[in-house]
Write a protein that binds this ligand. Structure first.
Ligand code: ZN
Ligand code: ZN
Length: 98
């Protein structure tokens, strides 16, 4: 029989009735990360502003002349890497197909 390691109580149907510990919890397996869509993400507004490099480029929205930029490989390997810009003033984000 199984005992809860925290409470030393006997588990009922694999679950501690006191603290909720389950036998299954310690056998947790890593889920495969096969979701390719997640490799294609656009940074959100608050993310990475301090660490991204800046480039002198005119914002098409507000006319500010500095933006941060980053590169992303799209889902298909056939497609070119896409360069993204985000205005450091208004946070307008656009992309450049090089
Ligand atoms: Zn317990
Ligand atoms: Zn702007």
């Amino acid at each position: 029989m199984q005992f809860c390691p925290k409470c030393n109580l006997r588990l009922k149907k694999g679950t501690c009735q006191k603290c909720g510990y389950t036998e299954a919890a310690k056998q947790e397996t890593k889920k495969p990360t096969g979701d390719m869509d997640k490799s294609f993400t656009i940074l959100d507004e608050s993310d990475g502003k301090e660490t991204l490099p800046t480039i002198t480029i005119d914002c098409e929205k507000c006319g500010h002349n500095e933006a941060v930029w980053w590169m992303l490989q799209t889902r298909s390997a056939d497609e070119p890497t896409t360069q993204f810009y985000r205005c450091s003033k208004c946070s307008h984000t656009w992309r450049n197909y090089a």
